[in-house]
Design a protein around this ligand. Structure first.
Ligand SMILES: *Cc1c(COP(=O)(O)O)cnc(C)c1O
Length: 367
């Protein structure tokens, strides 16, 4: 028998979440003039699997990712609509692959402009010119953006570029001030530039759908996790797409003063039963999750005790006295326990936990 841990990915949750975000975007613009949606599937679809994402997001207008190999896998899985490379290409040879597979390019750097100018593509590329409007990560400053845009327009005239759009990325998409400041910079920088604009990540799609522009770029919300600290995904009617489950593979009876796990960092105050779960940091569970991190055993919410080991962790069985070896355990994504709850207790965000599920965890795809 394999170790009892597994992740289950729900196709219907992926497609439900896409529908929820679309409804939110259309609530402003109306369904007659819909915002198009790039489903962001970078990092192996936030740990959910590229091919599963291609199926779950079958109704998206496009897919967006970083990795050329993942983009090729999407084409091989039958995806024929646009695919956006969020960081563009890294070297000239990438342009050949991007051309062959009809990928849409982000251009955020002068070197990428030079590569495009040197290329003689068989078919013109669709391009989004990326502006740095305050995140100070990737993109042209407004001052440099005008010149970059002029060079892309020249490539358009020459037939190397087809559609030419603009994009930016919000660093603080959960506050009015964060959105307003970057939006003002973007609008000034792109004034007079026609072509589609792409602005909104999940937080902006949900909280500021009026900003969306022509193409939105939600990621985390599509997987049913929250882009907001302290605000649940369920509040936005999003459903967790991944459930991480395991079982108890042992129990221990502790006397007062007995310690649990490495370093003995948790000590029993009284007689108590402890369950040992087949899930550890080598499965992607955060090692820094402290005592008290929520875990569900046999449908009952309880807590982690002591340090997380490589292959196991310990839980308090006091609220579930009937639990025996083999009892089902939910680490996140079902039984009312969200990945965001586990992340908050561990001082991180749901994104990191979803992306970190280890290759050794078997994944099942269900409807
Ligand atoms: C990751 C990413 C997104 C999606 O962000 P979420 O917070 O997951 O919605 C959108 N745009 C860019 C450029 C990204 O890198």
């Amino acid at each position: 028998m394999p170790r009892p841990i597994s992740a289950t990915i729900s196709r219907s949750a992926l497609s439900h979440n896409l529908g929820t975000i679309r409804a939110r975007l259309d609530s402003v613009r109306g369904a007659a003039d819909p915002v198009r949606v790039w489903a962001v599937i970078k990092a192996n679809a936030y740990g959910h699997g590229i091919e599963r994402a291609v199926q779950g997001f079958a109704r998206a207008d496009g897919l967006a990712m970083l990795d050329l190999a993942e983009a090729v896998r999407c084409r091989e899985a039958g995806w024929s609509r646009p695919i956006l490379l969020l960081e563009g290409v890294f070297e000239p040879v990438d342009l050949e692959v991007a051309g062959r597979y009809g990928l849409t390019l982000t251009v955020h750097h002068a070197d990428q402009l030079a590569m495009l100018e040197a290329a003689r593509p068989a078919r013109p590329f669709d391009v989004f010119l990326k502006f740095n409007t305050g995140m100070n990560r990737l993109g042209f400053t407004p001052a440099d953006g005008a010149g970059a845009h002029a060079r892309l327009r020249a490539l358009q005239e020459a037939g190397a570029v087809a559609q030419l759009g603009t994009m930016t990325h919000f660093s603080t998409a959960d506050t009015d001030e964060g959105i307003a400041a970057q939006l003002a910079v973007f609008r000034r920088a792109t004034a007079g530039m026609s072509g589609p604009a792409s602005l909104c990540n999940s937080a902006a799609c949900l909280r500021y759908p009026e900003v969306a522009g022509d193409w939105a770029r939600p990621g985390i919300a599509l997987y049913g996790a929250s882009p907001f600290g302290g605000e649940s995904a369920a509040q936005w009617r999003l459903r967790p797409a991944m459930a991480l489950r395991s079982r108890l593979i042992g129990t221990q009876a502790l006397q007062p003063g007995d310690a649990v796990g490495y370093g003995g960092v948790y000590r029993a105050q009284r007689h108590m039963r402890v369950g040992v779960v087949a899930c550890g940091y080598a499965d992607g569970y955060p090692r820094h999750a402290p005592t008290g991190t929520p875990v569900v055993v046999a449908g009952v919410r309880t807590r982690l005790l002591g340090r997380v080991s490589m292959d196991m962790l310990a839980v308090d069985l006091e609220p579930v006295p009937q639990a025996r070896d083999g009892a089902p355990v939910t680490l996140w994504g079902a039984d009312g326990l969200s990945v965001d709850d586990v992340a908050a207790a561990s001082g991180t965000i749901g994104y990191e936990l979803l992306c970190a599920v280890a290759p050794r965890v078997p994944v099942y795809f269900e409807d």
